[in-house]
Design a protein around this ligand. Structure first.
Ligand code: AMP
Length: 396
């Protein structure tokens, strides 16, 4: 069966068509500038990447453009829409309602809508994608795969904040965590690669991209994760602050005459490594700037690593030990200096990186020395494949 995986943002849409038997990506691409003008990027398997300007006033035209590209006589990979057996949608926030993926129907759409408050930038966009697919592909089964679902196994003690309990009861203010599809996929791969039983392992997954989060996966269940009610909490990220003293909000708001929305925007968009360095949010730019002597770029990278080290230590404590630590996502897969610096601080856990094995980018492998007490792995994440697998499991 061919499964169309859709990741819909407010003005963009990423897609992949995956053959569920071979798990091959038949075609992939991106729609950008939806609602502005519209641009489609399309890349068939073994084919050339093409970019074309196509009017996309709404997501419906964007998905229509994807369908036309997939079924194009010359460069398409399927003959007609009937060769798409199911659609898997990434949905950011499932609140407490969704502990796993679900088939999309009117009841689940309503339940997703009820989570909109928790992710006002993301969930409405995800729902627009779902509605557009319903319109263009009536009768094709669809599945929602939630970023939060994998973390719903966290115990109360990990997800409750030290706030008046009524805020949890009335407004569901608690830790949810994100990147769940990635944490789930990578932790399972760790068990497969190391040949150990997933339900007996203590794994720390470091998903380090522009958005970054770390999770503690104990015996196959997420027991804690660094992002919270929103993706703002936790690590120092590309542009997000991660953990700060909450009193800073009021202090700076008064000094800079900003309101709460403006302050939240600063914490989401102007902070993190961008804020510290004043150079860039991008790890590559920061590495280049640090190499040419920019001290604030160096500080930004060091602050990133330092927070990663703290969270790994916290999660080793939470699980009373750790069998494996996995690095994934853009920075985790590509930045060997970061992996080395982090692992150098974990000798108390018996972690020993093998510098030769660590000299790699984006390749699935064990990078710790043979006598390392906890194994360290590089596992490229594959959220689209994980969404396709979840979709297949529900529509079969
Ligand atoms: P992601 O959000 O997973 O796409 O990751 C984006 C981050 O990964 C950015 O900070 C990039 O600088 C970093 N990144 C991506 N590719 C590379 C690379 N080849 N070398 C170093 N960093 C990279």
């Amino acid at each position: 069966m061919n499964i169309l995986v859709i990741n819909c943002g407010s003005s963009s849409l990423k897609y992949q068509l995956i053959n569920s038997e071979s798990e091959e990506v038949l075609a992939k691409g991106l729609c950008e500038r939806i609602g502005i003008d519209g641009q489609l990027t399309y890349q068939p398997e073994n084919g050339k990447k093409e970019t074309s300007d196509i009017a996309m006033p709404t997501h419906t035209e964007a998905i229509n453009a994807v369908i036309r590209a997939l079924t194009n006589e010359a460069t398409g990979v399927i003959k007609s829409l009937s060769e798409v057996g199911a659609v898997g949608h990434r949905v950011v926030h499932g609140g407490e309602k969704f502990t796993s993926s679900c088939l999309i129907n009117e009841a689940s759409i309503k339940a997703i809508e009820e989570c909109n408050d928790l992710a006002p930038l993301h969930n409405p966009a995800n729902l627009i994608g779902i509605r557009a697919c319903e319109e263009l592909m009536p009768g094709v089964p669809m599945v929602a795969v939630f970023d939060t679902a994998f973390h719903q196994t966290m115990p109360e003690v990990a997800y409750i904040y030290g706030l008046p309990y009524e805020y949890y009861e009335k407004y569901k203010v608690r830790r949810y965590g994100f990147h769940g599809t990635s944490h789930s996929y990578v932790s399972k791969r760790v068990a497969e690669i190391t040949g150990k039983p997933y339900d007996q392992m203590k794994i720390v997954v470091c998903h380090l991209g522009n958005g970054a989060s770390i999770s503690a996966v104990n015996c196959g269940k997420s027991v804690d994760t660094s992002m919270g009610l929103t993706p703002l909490e936790g690590l120092v990220m590309g542009t997000r602050s991660g953990d700060i003293d909450p009193a800073i909000m009021e202090y700076i708001a008064k000094k800079e005459n900003k309101n709460i929305e403006e302050m939240t925007a600063v914490l989401n968009k102007k902070s993190g490594m961008l804020g510290i360095s004043g150079v860039s949010s991008d790890g590559r730019d920061l590495e280049a700037a640090a190499a040419s002597g920019n001290k604030r770029a160096e500080l930004a990278l060091d602050a990133f690593n330092y927070r990663v080290i703290k969270y790994i230590g916290a999660y080793a404590a939470v699980m009373n030990g750790v069998d494996a630590i996995a690095f994934t996502a853009g920075i985790g897969e590509n930045n060997k200096a970061m992996r080395q610096a982090v692992c150098d601080s974990l000798s108390y856990l018996g972690v020993k990186l093998d510098p030769e094995k660590n000299d790699v980018r984006g390749e699935e492998r064990i990078i710790s020395a043979d006598d390392s007490k906890a194994q360290v792995l590089l596992v490229p994440t594959n959220e689209e494949l994980a969404i396709a697998r979840e979709t297949l499991a529900l529509v079969k």
